[in-house]
Write a protein that binds this ligand. Structure first.
Ligand SMILES: [Zn+2]
Length: 280
């Protein structure tokens, strides 16, 4: 799916010079985005809302400039009736079909909607919140509490042992699909603490030589995946049977079905495979 050539996104807040007359809109409902097919070509950016905004509950947030035009993300309360030539598609389904920069921008839009939807009222006193003009924040006009976009950090780790990588099948995965271990940070933990705890809880082993690999914002619904590599230190694999149903060590040439390189999980697995190709 190609949608825009030379797509350029500049995130930011509106200024006095922002021209709203040429503004364009991305339209979401939860994790689905509205796509219009014009002569079978998909269009994601709309010059006007294709529905009556007074008839549905709509929230809208400024994103920045897309190809120099002001862009808003619009979130509507629920699926609209389908119109001819329009389709609601999941953000996830676009991950492999639109260019990377566009997908990142759509992910950001989705996360901003998620935050705006979840912070319509002050969590402290229940008063409806207001947007802060100078930054991406909501404030409470009554008690002055401020609510920034929620980001949920998680670790993701490729663990090696004697030239093999640890891959696990989680119960929520499709059949035969395996990936590296991941888990959410708890309050008060460092990433390294979280990594050691998650690995021990999920597969019962201890790791050493933890190294930073990279990070990826992950819009399902609003996470920050922080990637590491590590080496097995001690212990035999014992799956927790709660989240993980099977885990094992795999050589680079005997990998099961794993995620693509669009995700940091896929990048970690590919890093492992390339490293051992070089060594061979
Ligand atoms: Zn308040």
């Amino acid at each position: 799916m190609t949608t825009h050539n030379q797509f350029k996104f500049l995130p930011g807040n509106p200024s006095d010079k922002t021209d709203f007359n040429t503004a364009q809109y991305l339209i979401f409902t939860a994790d689905k985005i509205l796509v219009e097919f014009i002569h079978e070509k998909p269009v994601l950016f709309f010059q006007r809302l294709p529905f009556n905004a007074s008839e549905v509950r709509v929230s809208s947030e400024y994103l920045g400039l897309v190809n120099e035009k002001a862009c808003f993300t619009v979130n509507i309360e629920e699926d609209l009736p389908t119109f001819e030539n329009f389709e609601w598609v999941t953000l996830r389904s676009l991950i492999t079909t639109v260019e990377k920069e566009l997908f990142l921008m759509l992910s950001k839009a989705r996360q901003i909607n998620f935050w705006a939807e979840n912070n319509r009222f002050c969590g402290k006193c229940g008063t409806p919140t207001e947007s802060v003009p100078s930054e991406k924040a909501k404030s409470c006009p009554k008690c002055n509490a401020i609510f920034y976009p929620n980001i949920y950090p998680a670790i993701i780790v490729a663990i090696e042992k004697e030239g093999k990588i640890l891959l696990a099948h989680a119960k929520r995965f499709k059949e035969n699909f395996y990936s590296v271990l991941a888990g959410f940070l708890e309050v008060g933990e460092s990433f390294e603490d979280c990594l050691r705890r998650e690995v021990y809880e999920e597969v019962g082993i201890q790791v050493k030589n933890i190294n930073y690999f990279g990070s990826q914002a992950w819009a399902f619904p609003s996470s920050m995946m922080v990637g590491f590599t590590a080496e097995w230190d001690s212990g035999e694999i014992q799956v927790d049977d709660d989240e993980i149903s099977h885990a094992d060590w795999y050589a680079p040439d005997e990998l099961p079905l794993t995620p693509g390189e669009y995700s940091i999980a896929g990048q970690l697995i590919s890093w492992f495979v390339h490293k051992h190709k070089k060594e061979a």
